[in-house]
Write a protein that binds this ligand. Structure first.
Ligand SMILES: NC(=O)c1ccc[n+]([C@@H]2O[C@H](COP(=O)([O-])OP(=O)(O)OC[C@H]3O[C@@H](n4cnc5c(N)ncnc54)[C@H](OP(=O)(O)O)[C@@H]3O)[C@@H](O)[C@H]2O)c1
Length: 317
């Protein structure tokens, strides 16, 4: 029986080398902060270097001596993903933990990434798919290496429509987000299966933070508008009991990233009512998230779209 949050104490992380995407704010920041506090050497992979430097400053101020550094990574630009991976590959330091956390939600009108993908699917899923594949050689040399991919309760609303993956025919802000989050969960489980088949040695887990007040409720919804702030969804979330703060929201991710009880392909979220708040516990997922045929097809399409082929990149040099 996996421990619940009341029992969950982050294991010592000294000697572990971790990358957390989107670590300058919200759940990613808290994940990076707690990992660094517990002794891990953490690379904050962020798209805005100044915001990343400020996050590192805050971590070091809270935990003097914490080993946190920042590198630039824009998941909506495949060349940026490749450059980030090249940097780490050049350093040649085995990677023990990759947290695929960054995300954008509910962009009101269809936007695209630098490579022409719908922005949410392209950033949340394809960017992390490419990143994980490119970092695989370092992960394979890690100590009990883990990959955590952050999904959402919203995966339940998503549909993998292979005829319109980029929402060119029909775009719905939350539909595209739900698709990207279902893809995150399908990816996490398919990664575990492929790792098992190919001997990559990974533990692939997934997590969701329930309902957590962060910039997620403003960055995407305000994109391309002159609005600021969180809007109606954010106001509803701020009602008592409807959400939690990022330090709590990060617990399922931290559990998936460090707990000895986390299982292969496991999915963790808050244990409160409707999974909105609470401490980390196994989370339910929609049946499609376990559909191996959909997962395998999505993997192949993702390889074609990103030009990242795991079998060619998996060499543990
Ligand atoms: N908050 C919730 O209730 C909730 C619920 C379910 C799932 N989630 C998931 O939790 C994860 C973290 O979100 P959050 O709530 O902590 O929101 P957040 O505070 O907005 O953090 C998201 C992070 O992702 C980064 N990001 C966005 N686009 C990026 C790109 N193209 N390249 C690199 N980084 C990018 C953001 O960078 P900038 O600061 O530069 O924008 C930010 O650091 C996401 O995957 C989200 O889907 C959150």
């Amino acid at each position: 029986m996996p421990a619940r949050s009341r029992d969950f104490v982050l294991p010592d992380q000294h000697g572990r080398h971790a990358v957390v995407t989107g670590a300058n704010s919200g759940i990613g920041f808290e994940t990076a902060r707690r990992l660094a506090q517990s002794g891990a050497e953490v690379v904050l992979a962020v798209r805005d270097a100044a915001r990343g430097a400020e996050a590192v400053r805050r971590i070091r101020a809270a935990h003097p001596g914490a080993a946190a550094s920042v590198e630039t990574l824009d998941l909506s630009v495949l060349e940026s993903v490749a450059a980030f991976a090249r940097l780490l590959l050049d350093r040649d330091r085995p990677l023990d933990l990759l947290v695929n956390n960054a995300g954008i939600m509910a962009v009101p009108t269809r936007h695209t990434t630098a490579d022409g993908f719908e922005l949410q699917f392209g950033t949340n899923h394809l960017g992390h798919f490419a990143l994980t594949g490119r970092l695989l050689p370092l992960l394979r040399r890690g100590d009990a290496p883990r990959v955590v991919t952050v999904s959402s309760i919203a995966h339940r609303t998503g549909r993998i429509d292979f005829d319109d993956l980029q929402s060119e025919r029909s775009y719905r802000p939350l539909g595209a987000y739900g698709r990207s989050k279902l893809a995150n969960l399908l990816f996490a489980r398919e990664l575990q299966r492929r790792s098992d088949r190919n001997g990559w040695g990974l533990l692939s887990t997934a997590a969701h933070p329930g309902s957590t007040l962060t910039n997620l409720q403003s960055t995407g919804p305000n994109l391309g508008t002159d609005r600021q702030g969180r809007g109606l969804g954010g106001l509803l979330m701020a009602l008592p009991g409807m959400s939690q703060q990022p330090d709590r929201g990060a617990l399922p991710t931290l559990y998936a990233a460090t707990s000895p009880d986390a299982t292969a392909g496991g999915y963790y979220g808050p244990d409160g009512v409707f999974g909105l708040t609470g401490g980390p516990a196994p989370a339910g997922s929609r049946r499609t998230a376990d559909d191996e045929q959909v997962a395998a097809r999505l993997w192949e399409v993702s390889e074609q779209l990103t030009h990242v082929r795991y079998d060619r990149l998996s060499a543990a040099t």
